[in-house]
Unconditional design. Structure first.
Length: 186
């Protein structure tokens, strides 16, 4: 039974049981499409998809490759990586919006989807700010302090995030209620 919603979520996982479980958990709130692997995901994804939940480690066509294809085709959907793969510095260049480590429960899936739906309403600067901070947080959780301190890539994205925050702070101050404009997003 599909939900009556304007939001379409594509669930991609090569483990059918996992994909079906996520789809069942989400179908009351969203219209859900399911793809059982990267090849099928590339066939299914189109401009009607608002959010794609991608597993990274899949045979034949990985989630990373599906992500690249989504961006290459300029499909305007937000991508949440849902995977058992520990993040590494390779995520810095990956154009996803969020990264959830398995196992992921229904509440975490819905929260991540709703956060991305909210973020999609704001301009590209805000989206980039969220993306950069997700990557910074993931790397800070996974990497030793010494390695973080030596990483030029990490320092570059921290600097970019700081500049964007300053720009966004100026934008928020233009709102009538600056203290509450974005409070749910942080």
């Amino acid at each position: 039974m599909a939900a009556e919603t304007d939001t379409t979520v594509l669930v991609v996982d090569d483990e059918n049981a996992v994909a079906d479980a996520y789809a069942a958990q989400l179908e009351k709130e969203y219209t859900v499409l399911t793809a059982y692997g990267g090849e099928e995901a590339i066939e299914v994804v189109n401009s009607a998809v608002d959010i794609a939940l991608l597993d990274r480690r899949m045979p034949a066509v990985s989630g990373d490759e599906v992500l690249e294809e989504i961006r290459r085709q300029e499909i305007n959907c937000r991508v949440i990586m849902v995977t058992a793969v520990d993040p590494d510095f390779d995520i810095v260049e990956m154009p996803f919006e969020d990264y959830l480590k398995k196992p992921v429960d229904r509440a975490a899936l819905v929260e991540a989807i709703e956060r991305q739906l909210e973020a999609s309403e704001y301009d590209e600067r805000f989206e980039e700010f969220l993306e950069l901070n997700t990557k910074i947080g993931l790397l800070e959780e996974e990497k030793p302090t010494q390695e973080l301190e030596r990483s030029e890539e990490l320092q570059e994205i921290r600097d970019r995030a700081d500049r964007l925050k300053s720009d966004l702070d100026e934008t928020v101050m233009k709102f009538d209620e600056p203290k509450t404009a974005f409070q749910d997003l942080f």
